[in-house]
Design a protein around this ligand. Structure first.
Ligand code: 13P
Length: 252
């Protein structure tokens, strides 16, 4: 059985007020946590403690990024161990915004994956092609290569901490979603890459992200290799986020 996960990536949005309102509403509307779908909120790191307290164990919390290092003179950075200490259960690694806006390389992503797993957190590794790469027919090659590099240092006992999120860059924040069929095809390709790598690919959860909304989530989540979603903009609305969580089979 693969984990079913719906995670909300708040990016650099939100406030303490939103934490109070949204987490409370999500908890009250998803009245029976633990019935098969893991709900995760990934706020700006400063709010992790607030979400942890407000979620009271019913919703998991994550961070959007960690440093390549354990500690030291790296002003502004936070380590995976610090994220765990603050109550996080997982960390995003290699989100396309980090790759594109902050120049994060495949090599840094691999190092961060190692730090996250060693700290005991789950790693939600983000991969995805640009529009240019898709139009050039290179989407699968690009994503496969990102996956191979990101998991290059994962050891045999760590695979249960690994989640992969396929987020086509052209679908993020644009309102353009991959069709359910395209998402399924890429997820199947990712699973094949993991299998070729010797990973227990059938046990690794693969999330889709990129303009997932209340009205398209069910079709995406119905695909056999789509085990959940990584939600950006729509996760900032309790109503929309709850609807998306409810679209995941196993949750009502
Ligand atoms: P949107 O849902 O806003 O397209 O963002 C997706 C994303 O980047 C989640 O990590």
């Amino acid at each position: 059985m693969r984990r079913k996960i719906v995670a909300g990536n708040w990016k650099m949005n939100g406030s303490k007020d939103l934490v109070d309102r949204l987490v409370g509403q999500v908890r009250s509307e998803l009245a029976s946590p633990g019935n098969g779908v893991e709900i995760v909120i990934i706020p700006p790191a400063l709010f992790v403690g607030d979400v942890v307290r407000r979620a009271d164990g019913e919703i998991a919390v994550g961070v959007q990024n960690v440093a390549c290092w354990d500690s030291g003179a790296y002003t502004g950075e936070i380590s995976a161990v610090m994220a765990r200490d603050s109550g996080s259960a997982c960390a995003l690694v290699g989100h396309s915004e980090r790759r594109q806006l902050f120049g994060e390389t495949d090599e840094q992503v691999a190092v961060k994956v190692g730090k996250v797993l060693a700290s005991g957190l789950d790693a939600i590794i983000c991969v995805g092609e640009t529009l240019e790469e898709r139009e050039a027919g290179k989407a699968e090659d690009v994503v496969s290569s990102q996956v191979r590099k990101a998991v290059s240092e994962v050891s045999a006992g760590q695979w249960q901490q690994v989640v992969i999120a396929y987020e086509p860059v052209w679908a993020i924040g644009t309102g353009k979603t991959a069709t359910a069929e395209d998402a399924q095809a890429m997820h199947a390709a990712i699973r094949a890459v993991l299998a070729a790598f010797g990973a227990p690919s059938e046990e690794i959860s693969l999330l889709y992200g990129g303009s997932v909304k209340a009205d398209n989530a069910a079709a995406l989540f119905a695909q056999p290799d789509v085990d959940g979603g990584l939600i950006g903009g729509a996760s900032l609305s309790a109503k929309d986020f709850v609807s998306i969580c409810q679209a995941m089979p196993g949750k009502s």
